[in-house]
Write a protein that binds this ligand. Sequence first.
Ligand code: F6R
Length: 606
Amino acid sequence: MCGIVGYVGNEACANILLDGLARLEYRGYDSAGTAIMESGKTGILRAEGKLLNLRKRVDEAKPAGTVGIGHTRWATHGRPSEVNAHPHKYGRVTVVHNGIIENHAELRAELESNGHEFASETDTEIVAHLIDDELRGGKESEDAFRAALKRVRGAYALCVLVDGLDDTIYAARHDAPLILGLSDEANYVASDIPAILSRTRDMVFLEEHDMAVVRRDKVVVKDLEGNEVERETKKILWDAMMAEKGGHKHFMLKEIHEQPRAVTDTIGDRLSPKDADAYIDGFEADPGKIRKLVMVACGTSWHSALVGKFLIEQLARIPVEVDLGSEYRYRDPIVGDSDLILAVSQSGETADTLAALREGRRKGARVLSIVNVVGSTIARESDGVLYTHAGPEIGVASTKAFTTQLVAMVLLGIHLGRRTGTLDHEQAHELITDLMRIPEQMVEVLDHSATINVIARRYATARDFLYLGRGINYPIALEGALKLKEISYIHAEGYPAGEMKHGPIALIDEHMPVVVITPRGSGYEKIVSNLSEVRAREGKVIAIASRGDPDIHDVVDDVIQIPDVRPELQPLLTVLPLQILAYRIADIRGTDVDQPRNLAKSVTVE
Ligand code: F6R
């Protein structure tokens, strides 16, 4: 959601804050602001809209201070405007916040009845008032901060500056991510790794209810009672260059092209063709004792879970349930200690997925997760983590995180299938050999995207799109539709192809492009008959088909070819043309591809 960055050092920090915010803009981008300490007082600069607007203000004002905090906002309480943009200041206290203070209304009423006047509609501003009240009551600033934290309920990552203290940032987290960056010259606070990766690789991941006192030469983490707590410093191996566009017009395009490398990193040294096995560090479950696997996820990660169900049921014959994080916890799920929860998340911070994981754990289930961001909350709250190692994903529309999750699902399927005995040595060996060829086959698809550009130009003005797929490619139809709608704002729906005749067929006319995922394999003939139903109603059909399919050209308008691979691995290739199609259409329409309207990369509120 919102992004936070803080700096305490000896350099003028305005540009350090802005550069950090630029890398966090994916979290929210309706307004932004900085507070920089000069002569013992914070000066606040804020602007509605993209970071560029704030940058102009900072360039004009040229603040020289060496301690500051910054924020990029995704509105929850109070519409996007300069007045509601963070930082918020009251008295001596300046605050930036990510999350939602649930009891803000009652605290605000109480403060107002004591004479406080509020400048904004935000829930955040009350934190500044609460701390300032405690300071006026005579508390030291650290105690005042702690006292205020004890009064707020809800989710927060907070950074606070107090006028008069020109070498201290107070930080705290609960149900929203916050990390500290350490170096000899300066110390940092940030919502996410890329914000400070060009400055340091040594990071501390704050835990629930931690607070930190961050100074130039020292960082101390404490609990809410003021006791010091030990938090390990982790070295982040991502290269700062990975968080740059690398010559591509958009992060999304760069990330699409990174997929062959990313899936190679997911496979890493986890596969042994000789043993015909997949090794998953830190995951020690006896598959014979797993009654069912429950996958919980949101959005694109939910689509990878749907593919995962297909894979794990096929390869390991373990029953798999898939649920949306936002639904799971509210339906009193039947889950217990013989079940395994599998949380799937790129960011590892999605509030709905986290809540579902906690609900499963509360009912006795063990928790495994497939996560990209190392040290994220979901990773830390899991008994075992299968990291995807996709590298930082900056584009709001998820691409390489998705395909690396799919690879993780195949690894898990092989691992479990070998242990349940449903996958013999020869079958596993063949699957592993084919999986290891996927990166080069991805390169082949990405290198031959000229046809997709032609199709994109033809349909860029369409109002609606339908995506159809069957079996393991049905979730890919959902994913293709999601990619298109989120970045191009064209209405798009994904359907299982067999379901079309039960309703959506009513939508089809000559204006409706229908993308059909129809590689060779079981269900091929059936899907070809579904295509005839579309064509009979003058719908325009674009097929994602296997190379060398001699018949498909006769029944569709356009064909995008992919290498012929076994069904279990098809989603890794069929999704690539759909990502490119969505990207090209959005680019032609001139939308903001990396930061589509109303979206945020990491959805840390329910
Ligand atoms: C779509 C997209 C979102 C995320 C969803 C879950 O392109 O990025 O739908 O997939 O918000 O996020 P994570 O995977 O971080 O839990």
